[in-house]
Design a protein around this ligand. Structure first.
Ligand SMILES: [Zn+2]
Length: 61
């Protein structure tokens, strides 16, 4: 429930993720409400902007 069913653009490069094998969906939650935000990205691009020690796993959707 609540998961975005369509592929979002990559939040890092802004490019299309159609057909991308490393597409990932990132869920952001707000501390004081039930609001949530979804971001799509290429895992490789997301890894490139994360702080050291963080990594993204690709899960088939
Ligand atoms: Zn990208």
């Amino acid at each position: 429930m609540g998961v975005v069913s369509e592929r979002l653009r990559c939040c890092v490069c802004g490019g299309s993720t159609d057909g991308a094998e490393d597409y990932v969906l990132v869920e952001l939650t707000a501390q004081c409400s039930d609001a949530r935000q979804w971001l799509g990205a290429h895992a490789e691009h997301l890894n490139s902007v994360l702080a050291e020690g963080f990594s993204v796993e690709v899960h088939q959707i």
